[in-house]
Design a protein around this ligand. Sequence first.
Ligand code: DC
Length: 232
Amino acid sequence: MTIDTIKPIIITIDGWSSCGKSTMARELASRLGFVYIDSGAMYRAITLHFIRHHIDWTAPQQVSAALKEIELSFRFNTDLGRAQMHLNGENVEYLIRDLSVAERVSEVAAIASVREFAVAQQRRMGQHRGIVMDGRDIGTVVFPDAELKIFMTADNDIRVARRFLELRDKNPDITEADVRSNLETRDYIDSHREVSPLRQAEDAVVLDNSDLTPQQQLDIALAWARERATDK
Ligand code: DC
């Protein structure tokens, strides 16, 4: 694999659930020699901690006390060649993908103090630039000055089918209807919450990957990255 050497810029990738943001962000970062950060994994790990410790997240004091007990880190797994989410030193990369976490994460991610906690860490991770971060508010709130902002979207049925295939491997009892209902609920909460709702930044470029192969979408994003790295 070739690494393109371009100036270290910030690339944000926001969009709806399950439209392939993480896969593309990871590939793009690895082609550019940039750091990749999956911001959704941070909200998922916080949610896992709250579930495990029976935190009532409608109680602000319980939330702020619980956040003080959380240390999040991405640690590189050399066998897999990618970073994995760690919660207080424990590798939770697989646990946080479970439907039990997916069903609650949007509620937790809507809490202002949770977002402040996560956003502060996300900004520190981007202080040297040379980063690709995906999420919902990365181009609008976390890095409003990013050189390249991509808003990803894909047809609803395609997103459900992709996520169903992914989750069915781990959970054979899951139905396509479960997946559809989870995606619809999350998208609704993510785009209607008061704090940092999912929306397209005014200066974002839209990438609809419904009819694109992973290689085609990567090529488009790489071309945009090269262009933005020379522009500014
Ligand atoms: O990208 P994901 O599906 O792993 O994200 C999990 C949840 O976290 C999703 O419902 C929205 C929320 N999220 C968010 O509010 N802001 C982000 N920057 C990333 C994710």
